[in-house]
Design a binder for this molecule. Structure first.
Ligand code: ADP
Length: 490
């Protein structure tokens, strides 16, 4: 199969968040399975150009229709760690992609609508006729609309679109000018509630709603989240339209990069280990304690790694820390957050606990320390308020660190409670709680700490169970191929 991904990010060349990892990881998996994948991205000035090999002009004069005229573009090509990437370079006074950062501009909708239009125009002119076009998030959500309303009639009638929504909070809500810019025109037609008309703002179109209506298939990043966005407020207003199109909507869990996250080869950790020889894991615990000046006692070490954001359940993270200390466990936090108030709060907490030999808070982003924590901790807490997929629990499982998670989103699909899961015992891999309050969290932490203290052999079984799971791109890759195959012949 020939698949073209159109996305605003791809790791590691242009990465802001998890979307970038998915675009790269899924593309690589599809290629390993023998399919041809090409990725179309904007040519940002702020990209990491040192991750591109063989960078060269691929298509010199691409004129992209825009409002009543056209914008002159050059399309570049290069390999990003083996992936074939095309970069759209727009030469216009708007300076769409040369602004020093990836996102955060007042004309965000216009620049991403232009990128999407340019990607389709490039495919049309360059003769690219993939079986599947896979688009991601609101930035490229207009692609299926443009394909089936314009490009289909210009020679692209056999292409099918799969659109993945990674984050429902951002949907691309814009005014009628985008319709004129992209050549769609006809506001009275597109503002219809059955098409792009936003359900809450009568004078706006909604890009993501357009993708839901026009795509051949829509996915989000876990089966549980697919349920949540239809039936709870997590759909941010898209629940109804997803309900109308439920027959072509589903959740596919993301994978993690098993080359980067591998305790047998990880260059960031002191001692390599595997499911057959866990000794290295215990030595990593000592190395982590050395690094963070923690007391070396016979105690479990519990960790949090992640952004410090209300999404992550800040009150529960804080409570997990104190509950650990009160229950003779150690706690390590590695967290970073964009919000000043939240950062200040955790800095204060850090000062308050400065003298405590059983606890360390590291505020900031530190890749190496993250690897050391995954390898050295006994348990990791993920008490999120919402979590579309979540990677931390999957990484933890790979490193034999037992996840203690709240039952939301992808956490439900990946962590199965040691005491209560209905799966066979060999598939129980962590602890799960439901309520977003202290009692809920404690109900799971108490059981986890208890097992560690009283039944170490059982705890070891729990570790081994987790390490046997395969959360690589292997299964998600197959799931996406099944979807592609399903829509391809429609
Ligand atoms: P989200 O995408 O909501 O931030 P995920 O669980 O999907 O959460 O992914 C988080 C990823 O970022 C994980 O790989 C985690 O290890 C990493 N990470 C988060 N915060 C930090 C930090 N402060 N230092 C190092 N790595 C971090």
């Amino acid at each position: 199969m020939f698949v073209v991904m159109i996305a605003s990010e791809c790791a590691p060349v242009a990465k802001v968040g998890g979307l970038a990892d998915v675009v790269f990881g899924l593309s690589r998996e599809l290629e390993i399975r023998g399919h041809v994948v090409e990725i179309i991205l904007p040519k940002y000035d702020c990209m990491s150009y040192d991750h591109i090999w063989g960078f060269q002009v691929s298509y010199q004069d691409l004129w992209v229709p825009w409002y009543n005229g056209a914008i002159h573009c050059t399309v570049w090509f290069g390999f990003v760690h083996g992936r074939k990437c095309f970069f759209i370079d727009a030469h216009s006074a708007d300076n769409f992609f040369n602004r020093g950062t990836y996102y955060g501009f007042p004309d965000e909708n216009r620049r991403m609508a232009f990128f999407t239009k340019a990607a389709l125009e490039f495919m049309l002119k360059a003769g690219k006729r993939p079986d599947i076009i896979h688009t991601h998030d609101w930035q490229t959500a207009l692609a299926p609309v443009l394909l089936f309303e314009i490009y289909k009639f210009q020679g692209m009638e056999n292409q099918r679109v799969c659109h993945t929504i990674h984050n429902f909070r951002h949907q691309g809500v814009a005014g009628a000018d985008i319709l004129w810019g992209t050549g769609l025109g006809r506001p009275e037609y597109y503002f219809s509630k059955d098409r792009l008309g936003d359900d809450f703002n009568p004078s706006a179109i909604n890009f993501t709603k357009g993708a839901v209506v026009y795509s051949n298939f829509i996915t989000t990043v876990s089966p549980q989240h697919a349920w949540e966005v239809r039936h709870t407020d997590q759909g941010y207003g898209l629940g109804h339209i997803l309900h109308m199109h439920q027959q072509k909507f589903g959740g596919v869990l993301n994978g993690i990069d098993y080359e980067m996250w591998n305790p047998e080869t990880d260059a960031h950790i002191h001692h390599h280990y595997s499911v057959d020889s866990l000794d290295g894991k215990y030595r990593n615990k000592e190395a982590l304690r050395d690094r963070l000046l923690l007391r070396k006692d016979y105690k479990p070490l519990i960790a949090y790694v992640g952004r410090l954001d209300t999404q992550k359940g800040l009150h529960l993270i804080r409570h997990a820390l104190f509950y650990s200390l009160w229950n003779d466990a150690q706690f390590v936090l590695l967290g970073s957050g964009p919000e000043l108030g939240i950062n200040d709060y955790f800095w204060q907490l850090k000062h308050y606990l400065n003298e405590t030999p059983d606890c360390h808070l590291e505020i900031g982003f530190d890749e190496k320390l993250a690897h050391m924590i995954y390898a050295g901790a006994d348990m990791i807490v993920v008490p999120s308020m919402f979590e579309p997929c979540g990677l931390t629990q999957m990484i933890a499982l790979r490193y034999g660190t037992v996840p203690i998670v709240r039952a939301v989103g992808g956490l439900v699909d990946t962590v199965f409670d040691w005491d209560y899961s209905s799966k066979p015992l060999s598939e129980h891999n962590g602890y799960v709680f439901y309520q977003a309050d202290y009692q809920g969290l404690e109900s799971a932490m108490r059981r986890a700490i208890g097992l560690w203290n009283l039944y170490p052999e059982e705890f070891r079984r729990l570790i081994v169970n987790g390490m046997h799971y395969d959360y690589s791109w292997n299964h998600p890759g197959q799931n996406y191929l099944n979807i592609y195959e399903h829509i391809r012949h429609k």
